[in-house]
Design a protein around this ligand. Structure first.
Ligand code: ZN
Length: 319
C-alpha cells in the first residue's frame, strides 16, 4: 500500500440525514441548524442535510426545506439532500439544494423490499430526475449512491458484476457520479479495493464517494482501502450517529472524528479542524440528549503536541 500523503480528500458529513434518520426521536429544528453551523465551522464543506420524503414516513425530516434554507446561508458549503424518487427531487430542487443523492440498490431483493421497484425501474427514476434537474436547475449535481454494494441482509451475497453493471447504468442515465455504499456493514478492505477498482475501470472519474459503515469495526480500514485505489470522497457521520439496529452497541456510519484523525495523522488534507469538529458534538447532544455517540478519538482526545501538519512531505510527518 502506498499512501499519497499529498492528497486532499473531501469528507461528506451525512449525520444530519443518515444519522438523524436512523434515530427514532426528532431533533428540534433549531438544534439541527446549530449543529449544521458547527459542522461547517469545523471546516466540513459538503453536508447531506436532509432527505425529501413524505413526513408521514419520516417525521424526523419534516423540516427539510427549513434546514436547506439555513444551510444555503453558509458560504462555500455544498448542500446535499437525499431523494428517493422524482417527487422528492422536485421538492429538493425547489428548496434550492446544490446536490442530490439518489439511493439505488445493487441487491435485487433489497430494491424490491425497500422502494418496491426493480433495479431497472430505479435506473429509469434516475433518468427522470436528471431530466427534471436539466429543466429546473441545470447547475445541480446528481449522485446515484449504490446501496448494498458489498452485501445485503436479505439476499446475502451481491454479485460484483451487478454492482459494476448498475454503476454503468446510472451514469448512462445521466447521473454525474456514483459511489458505493456498504449499507449493511458487510464490506472488507480487499473487496472494497477490488470493487472500486472495477467500477473506476468502467466509469472513470465519475466514480464517487465511499459510504462505509462500522458495523463490524472495519469502517476505517475500508475507507483506507478505498483511498488507496483513488477514492477521494468519504461519507461519515459525527459521533457515528445512527447506530446499526442489527448490531447493538455498534456504530452505523463511519465516525467523522476518527476518519479525520486517521487522514490528518497521515498528512492527508481534509480541511477539517479536529478541535472544532469535536466541539460540534455539543449542539448534537443538546438536540438529542442521551443519544449514544461513538468514536474513539473523542474519547481518547488528541495526542500530546497534536498539530494538523498540512502539506508536509511524509518524511517530515513520520520523523
Ligand atoms: Zn450510512
Amino acid at each position: 500500500m502506498l499512501i499519497d500523503t499529498a492528497a486532499e480528500i473531501l469528507i461528506s458529513e451525512v449525520g444530519p440525514r443518515d444519522g438523524l434518520q436512523s434515530v427514532n426521536r426528532t431533533m428540534p429544528t433549531a438544534d439541527k441548524l446549530r449543529w449544521i453551523t458547527a459542522l461547517y465551522q469545523a471546516g466540513l464543506r459538503e453536508i447531506e442535510v436532509a432527505s425529501f420524503v413524505p413526513a408521514t414516513s419520516l417525521p424526523q425530516m419534516a423540516d427539510a426545506p427549513d434546514v436547506v434554507r439555513h444551510a444555503l446561508t453558509l458560504p462555500g458549503l455544498t448542500v446535499m439532500a437525499l431523494v428517493p424518487n422524482l417527487r422528492g427531487a422536485r421538492a429538493a430542487l425547489a428548496a434550492g439544494v446544490h446536490k442530490l443523492t439518489i439511493p439505488v440498490s445493487a441487491s435485487a431483493a433489497h430494491s424490491l423490499a425497500n422502494v418496491r421497484k426493480t433495479r431497472e425501474q430505479m435506473v429509469d427514476e434516475v433518468r427522470n430526475v436528471v431530466a427534471l434537474r436539466n429543466d429546473m436547475a441545470p447547475g445541480v449535481k446528481i449522485e446515484a449512491g449504490i446501496s448494498t454494494a458489498f452485501g445485503c441482509t436479505l439476499q446475502g451475497h451481491v454479485p460484483e458484476d451487478d454492482v459494476v453493471w448498475l454503476a454503468a447504468q446510472v451514469i448512462q442515465a445521466g447521473a454525474d457520479e456514483t459511489g458505493l455504499s456498504d449499507t449493511t456493514g458487510m464490506a472488507n478492505p480487499a473487496q472494497v479495493r477490488r470493487l472500486f477498482t472495477r467500477v473506476r475501470t468502467e466509469i472513470g472519474s465519475r466514480t464517487g464517494a465511499a459510504h462505509m459503515h462500522n458495523t463490524r469495526g472495519l469502517g476505517l480500514a475500508n475507507c483506507l482501502a478505498a483511498f488507496d485505489v483513488g477514492v477521494r470522497t468519504f461519507d461519515s457521520s459525527l459521533g457515528g450517529l445512527g447506530g446499526c439496529p442489527f448490531a447493538p452497541g455498534a456504530s452505523g456510519n463511519v465516525v467523522t472524528e476518527d476518519l479525520v484523525f486517521m487522514f490528518e495523522a497521515m498528512g492527508v488534507t481534509t480541511g477539517v479542524d479536529l478541535d472544532k469538529l469535536m466541539a460540534a458534538r455539543a449542539p448534537l447532544m443538546a438536540g438529542l440528549p442521551g443519544e449514544p455517540l461513538y468514536g474513539l478519538t473523542p474519547e481518547a482526545g488528541l495526542p500530546k503536541g497534536w498539530v494538523q501538519r498540512r502539506g508536509l512531505p511524509a518524511s517530515e510527518i513520520f520523523k
